[in-house]
Design a protein around this ligand. Structure first.
Ligand SMILES: NC(=O)c1ccc[n+]([C@@H]2O[C@H](COP(=O)([O-])OP(=O)(O)OC[C@H]3O[C@@H](n4cnc5c(N)ncnc54)[C@H](OP(=O)(O)O)[C@@H]3O)[C@@H](O)[C@H]2O)c1
Length: 240
């Protein structure tokens, strides 16, 4: 039986992944802070839970100290907050988002990498928001751009350890995180559908899993064009 560790397994995409891998007979280690949600998934066959705040280095090290060997690790947990007034920049908000989405990955990597088997997989949750600058996403976009760089460098440096690294870049997925958004979210998909894309992509050994394809390829095309093209379009969108 293969063993997988998933962070952010109490909600949204992480919870859908946890349930999907459990159905596929994986031994699942589900991580999060929400005790009630952890208790609910912890009763499932072959699911064990770990409760810790991944922004607290000591908690992460302690919680993950006695991990068994792992076949797959998905560092999925994350948060999103927007900078509503760039002129009066909220440095605390910026630090919060960067800490949860990027700094905490360092704490997790320190603990989980020694446990991943040769031939195992590490997946980091990025976002298609990192392809292009989006209004109010100074903190979230910067954190996910950092995750993308981290995943791509780890992919090179872990070849010798036979650990395959994958970057996951979703478009909009309906979860408690996006339920807070007040703008329209094109091509929104369910968290079950997102989990299905991720599961299949990891089975195929992809380096980047991005979905839904029409949405992410459109963003990729804009990212290849000269900066002024996206700048023109996004400025028009903001001023609408
Ligand atoms: N939804 C989208 O459209 C979308 C698109 C692109 C990328 N993503 C990325 O996908 C990932 C999952 O997002 P989601 O939409 O599924 O959001 P979600 O439903 O809000 O789930 C976020 C998960 O992260 C965990 N988490 C957050 N802060 C934590 C902390 N300090 N310590 C421990 N766990 C923490 C939460 O656990 P607790 O509640 O138990 O603390 C929860 O399980 C995030 O990295 C997000 O940036 C989402």
């Amino acid at each position: 039986m293969k063993r997988i560790l998933i962070t952010g397994a109490t909600s949204g995409i992480g919870k859908a992944l946890c349930l999907l891998y459990q159905r596929r007979n994986y031994d699942v280690i589900a991580c999060g802070r929400n005790q009630q949600a952890l208790a609910e998934i912890g009763v499932l066959k072959n699911v064990s839970t770990l409760n810790f705040d991944l922004t607290d280095r000591e908690q992460v090290i302690e919680a993950l100290a006695t991990l068994p060997e792992l076949d797959v690790v998905i560092l999925n947990a994350g948060s999103c907050e927007y900078i509503n007034d760039a002129k009066n920049f909220d440095g605390d908000l910026f630090a919060r988002v960067i800490t949860t989405n990027l700094i905490a990955l360092g704490y997790c990597l320190q603990s989980v990498l020694p446990k991943i088997k040769k031939g195992g997989q590490l997946a980091l949750m990025g976002s298609s928001a990192s392809y292009l600058p989006f209004s109010r996403a100074e903190a979230y976009g910067a954190s996910k751009a950092g995750v993308a760089y981290l995943a791509k460098t780890l992919a090179m440096d872990l070849v010798k350890d036979e650990i395959h690294v994958c970057l996951i870049n979703p478009g909009f997925v309906k979860t408690p995180l996006t339920d807070k958004n007040t703008f329209s979210m094109p091509m929104l998909i369910s968290s079950d559908k997102a989990a299905d894309y991720i599961f299949k992509g990891l089975l195929k050994g992809k380096r980047e899993i991005h979905f839904p394809a029409v949405f992410t390829f459109t963003l990729k095309i804009f990212a290849w064009l000269p900066d002024f093209v996206w700048s023109f379009i996004s400025t028009r969108m903001i001023n609408k």
